[in-house]
Structures are given as C-alpha cells and as structure tokens.
Write a protein that binds this ligand. Structure first.
Ligand SMILES: Cc1ncc(COP(=O)(O)O)c(C=O)c1O
Length: 447
C-alpha cells in the first residue's frame, strides 16, 4: 500500500525545491522531486508525509540503513568525546582501529596499510598519486564507462559521460582508456555469445595498446571497477579480470580495484573483486564504509604505501566521528547484513527475471549484478536498443508510486537498497517498481 498523504511533490517539497534551485549550484541540481524529512532502515519519508521504499540508499551509501541505532550511538558517543584533532599531526585510537579493521578485510594476502580520505574521489586520487610515486611510472590505464570521481585526477580516469568532462579539458596526461568487458554488450560490438565464450577486451591492452601506442613498462597501474557502477551496474566476465591480473604481473603494473560503490558487503562479499578470484594491489573504498558519514580509504599492500611524511595528507580525512560510524558499520555488515545482501539480491534477480515475460522493456534486458548491486538495462527490442527515455520515466513514476530508484549507464536502473532490507520491504519496493514500469511502458505505447 502506498501512503499517499499528498501529491508528490507536495507543497512543502515544492517550496524547498524552488529555494534550492535559486541558490544551489546548477551542476548538482537533483532531478528527482523528493525532499527527505527522515529515514529509517530502507524507508524514507518526505517533508509532506509521503512514504517511500528506498532502493537507492543515497547511491549505495546508507549501507546499514538510514540512521541505524548502533551507528547513531557510535556517532553520538564519539561526538561527546572530541570531533576533530587533525590526524595529520596527532594520533587517536578510533582512526587506528578502523585502519586495522580495513587492513584485516583487505582482499589480498599479507599485511596492508591504509590512507583515510573524505570521499571516493579522494581515495582514487590517492591511488593515482601513490601508483605514480611507487612505480616511478607515469601512465595509467582505465576503462570506458568507468566513474572514478570528479576532482581533476579522478576525473581524468572517469570515462562515463562526456558532460562530466566537457569544459574541464585538458586533464592529467598519461591516462589511457580501453574497453571494459560487458558480457552483454561488448565494446567491440561482439554478440553476447562470442563475447562470453572468449572475450578479447583485455587483449586490447596487450595486442593494441602495448604494440602501438604505450610501452607496457611505462604503465604504473590499471584501475578497474570490479562491478562497474555509474556505467550501468555491469558485471564483467571473471576471465577478463584474471587476464588483467596476469598483464599486471607480467609487466610490473599495479592493479587498483575501485570498490567505492561495490565494496563493504554490497555484493554479498566484502569486495566485489572477490567474486572474480583475483587479488588487487590497491583498493579504493568510500560510500557504504561509514553508513553515510564522509569517509573513504585507500588500502594497499604494505610495501606499496611507502611514501614519505608530507607526500600526501588531508585536514578532515579520517574524521573521528566518521571512523566511529565506520567501525559500527563494519560490525553490522559482518554480523548478518552481508549475508542478507546476498540472499535478498538473489531474490530480487529472480523477481526481475519473472517480470521479463510481461514487460516488453525487460524482455531482452540485461539483468545483472551481485548481492544488492543489481542492474536492469531497459531495452526496446531484441537488438537491445537502449530505452533511455523509458528508464527516465520509470524513475519519475517511481517517485509517484513511493519508490526511490536511480538510473545508471545509458538505460539501466540500479537496485541498491540498504544491506539490511528485509523481504517484506523488498516485495513492497518491487510492487511499486512494477507499477512504475507498467505506467512508463504504457506512456511509451509499449503496452
Ligand atoms: C566507483 C566509484 N568511484 C569513485 C566515486 C567517487 O566517489 P565520491 O562521489 O565519494 O567522490 C564513485 C561515486 O559514485 C564511484 O561510484
């Protein structure tokens, strides 16, 4: 049942949206007319009293749900003790504790070191700098479709939407983009079957790049999202990721896993790269790490993070309140939520598969993902023509039906609720999703 207190957006929401557009930067104006009053678990309410199931989790950030009591307690207790002391100059236990914990769960053998940041972008930025510093090489390979952030360094690695770069060029030199492996829609234009059977995406690096434009021994790192996020929630073939590891081993290149969106239990394992059976040399984390408090981390093999004092730092990074929230988050994720994410994710995939038969835009769609990082790429026909407008309209009808759902890629939708979501809320969210999808398909003349 949808609790429809007012139309959406209601009058209070309208007023705030108007004030927002007068004063906030146009670059970040949200296009969804939802104004939050409060949240609890995987549900949110707007300022007009309407309720919503939250399949977006603040773009995969509120991992333990909105305002989990244990996270709120950790934040409150820490705030009473001290809020800031400059981790660049002094020591504090909660910062050491979160670094120790992250080192324990790092997806590679052996000891690790951790550099804390405020955001995903900064974790990527740190990885970029450290890769250059450690290898004394300048070049870095990234993938088309990747999103790594928006500061000049991270933006250089991003290759998601041109609007993100338009007007900001030129960026950092030495970045080379290559095709990502999408088993459904290979960058080489290969058919699904051919691509799945023997994907050549990684060969592009060895057979084209290294032979024609870029000496392998000049490459510091390959940066990879083990499950591409913004680019469409695309799960690559594990053989592709393994090939990348082999290339790195052969040429002394570092493999960086950008797990800003896919890490911290979201895919049913601590890190998405674990699904591929590959160990990276560096991992970038942020988003779900502190349940919504700003915290990011670069975690690397111990010997790699050997830069000297003063080489890199940040005033606010490793903020004690964020660290306390992260410790509580990791405990909750480990004690049940990660397992829950795997189970609810499988269930959502099954439900979406069932919906194929009565929804034309899902019939030939790519439905893909792991745990609670699931993408459904709406398409118009068997040739998989992306249904971008239809996707946008599902997001809008979602709001009307009391569902927060976000797009990704050209015509994808992401199912990324909090890791604690229960079956009843999943079902309610899926009902609202199906209603929104039906309305969008009707509006597009598909039904
Ligand atoms: C994979 C990935 N890397 C980096 C970032 C940038 O993180 P932030 O927005 O916290 O700077 C994002 C954000 O969406 C992301 O999904």
């Amino acid at each position: 049942m949808v609790m429809n207190t007012t139309t959406r957006p209601g009058p209070r929401s309208q007023t705030i949206i108007e004030r927002d557009s007068a004063v906030m930067s146009g670059s970040i104006t949200p296009r969804y007319p939802f104004v939050i009053e409060r949240g609890e678990g995987a549900r949110v309410w707007d300022v007009d009293g309407n309720d919503y199931v939250d399949f977006a989790a603040g773009i995969a950030v509120t991992s333990t749900g909105h305002s989990h009591p244990k996270v709120v307690e950790a934040i409150t207790e820490q705030a009473k003790k001290f809020i800031h002391i400059a981790g660049t100059d002094y020591y504090y236990d909660v910062q050491v504790k979160i670094a120790e914990r992250l080192a324990e769960i790092a997806p590679f053998d052996g000891p690790a070191r951790v550099f804390l940041t405020n955001s995903g972008t900064e974790a990527v930025e740190a990885a970029f700098k450290l890769a250059r510093w450690y290898t004394k090489r300048q070049n870095i390979i990234a993938f088309f479709g990747a999103f790594h952030g928006r500061s000049m360094g991270a933006l250089s690695l991003t290759a998601s939407k041109v609007v993100q770069k338009d007007g900001f060029l030129p960026l950092i030199p030495g970045v080379h983009h290559v095709p990502y492996n999408n088993p459904y829609r290979c960058m080489h234009g290969r058919e699904e079957a051919a691509c799945r059977a023997n994907c050549i995406c990684a060969d592009y690096i060895t057979d084209v790049l290294f032979k024609r434009t870029l000496p392998a021994e000049s490459v510091a790192a390959i940066i990879l999202e083990p499950l591409q996020g913004e680019g469409g929630y695309v799960l690559p073939d594990s053989r592709f990721v393994q090939q990348l590891r082999d290339i790195c081993d052969k040429h002394g290149i570092l493999l960086i896993a950008d797990e800003v969106q896919s890490g911290i239990g979201r895919t049913g394992k601590w890190w998405a790269i674990e699904h591929h059976g590959v160990q990276p040399d560096m991992v970038c984390s942020a988003k779900g790490l502190a349940s919504g408090m700003p915290l990011g981390a670069l975690i690397t093999r111990h010997e790699i993070m050997s830069w000297p004092p003063g080489a890199h730092g940040s005033t606010f990074a490793g903020n004690p309140i964020s660290c306390a929230a992260a410790l509580a988050t990791l405990e909750l994720v480990e004690s049940g939520m990660m397992q829950n994410a795997a189970e609810q994710g499988e269930y959502i995939m099954e439900c979406l598969e069932e919906m194929r038969s009565h929804h034309p835009s899902l019939k030939h769609a790519r439905i893909d993902g792991k745990g609670l990082m699931i993408g459904a790429e709406l398409v118009l026909d068997e040739q998989r023509t992306p249904a971008k407008k239809l996707r946008d309209s599902v997001e809008d009808f979602g709001i009307e039906n009391g569902l927060l759902i976000l797009g990704c890629g050209e015509s994808g939708l992401r199912f990324a609720p909090a890791l604690m979501i229960d079956r009843a809320t999943v079902n309610e969210g899926l009902e609202r999703f199906e209603r929104a999808l039906t309305q969008a398909e009707q509006a597009a003349g598909l039904l």
